[in-house]
Ligand binder design. Structure first.
Ligand code: DAT
Ligand code: MG
Length: 139
């Protein structure tokens, strides 16, 4: 079933000029980038986005990392896009990520792991709505 998911190319990747290389992996996996914008996340945006992790010990570091440089927010579309992109991203910790995944190829460590992808279709809808208006998504 064709669906949409939300992606972020994180600061560690934009700082190393990897947006195009990551987009190539995304497109080679059969996902279409149907919306994309480069932004500097505010502290308020990052805190809200990662609210679910507010009690975790790494929350402060996570918010700091996400606001340290520009990010590229994206909407990806394709067959089972949410699960497919989780596969393409690889495990949260790049040491555990499978060969050929974005995190295996590019991530520096668990905290600087190059990309975000929604973990459920419900969260995908909420995350997309946090950053994009309907009319800015062109499928
Ligand atoms: P994912 O990004 O694979 O969905 P997550 O939702 O569990 O992983 O965590 C969100 C982000 O928080 C993750 O991409 C990087 C950071 N993070 C997770 N676990 C961490 C840890 N043990 N130490 C530092 N940062 C961590
Ligand atoms: Mg997550």
């Amino acid at each position: 079933m064709t669906e949409r998911t939300f992606s972020i190319i994180k600061p560690d990747a934009t700082k190393r000029n990897l947006t195009g290389k990551i987009n190539a992996v995304i497109e080679d996996a059969g996902l279409r980038i149907v919306a994309q914008r480069r932004i500097k996340m505010t502290e308020a945006q990052a805190k809200k986005f990662y609210e679910v992790h507010a009690e975790r010990p790494f929350y402060g570091e996570l918010v700091e990392t996400m606001t340290s440089a520009p990010v590229v927010v994206q909407v990806l579309e394709g067959d089972n896009a949410m699960a497919r992109y989780r596969e393409v991203m690889g495990a949260t910790n790049p040491e555990q990520a499978a060969e050929g995944t974005i995190r295996k190829l590019f991530a520096l460590n668990v905290g600087e792991n190059s990309v975000h992808g929604s973990d459920s279709t419900d969260n995908a809808k909420l995350e997309i709505a946090q950053f994009f208006k309907d009319e800015d998504i062109v499928g």
